[in-house]
Design a protein around this ligand. Structure first.
Ligand SMILES: [Zn+2]
Length: 58
């Protein structure tokens, strides 16, 4: 199973997307991306919930 997320799913106009084997790894990649590209984006519990609701498994 691969989990994937697109930055655009979280409401940003960004074409970045990533995949990971676990949700933990995925969240880590998202946090790193946000730190690098979206300095004003705060990883709040609301954002985390939004991200999790958009995670796709394939
Ligand atoms: Zn992004």
């Amino acid at each position: 199973m691969t989990k994937s997320i697109r930055c655009a799913d979280v409401g940003s106009e960004c074409k970045w997307s990533t995949t990971a084997k676990t949700e933990e790894e995925l969240m880590k990649k998202i946090a790193e991306h946000a730190k690098e590209k979206h300095k004003d984006m705060k990883i709040t519990p609301e954002i985390v919930a939004k991200i999790k609701s958009h995670i796709k498994e394939s």
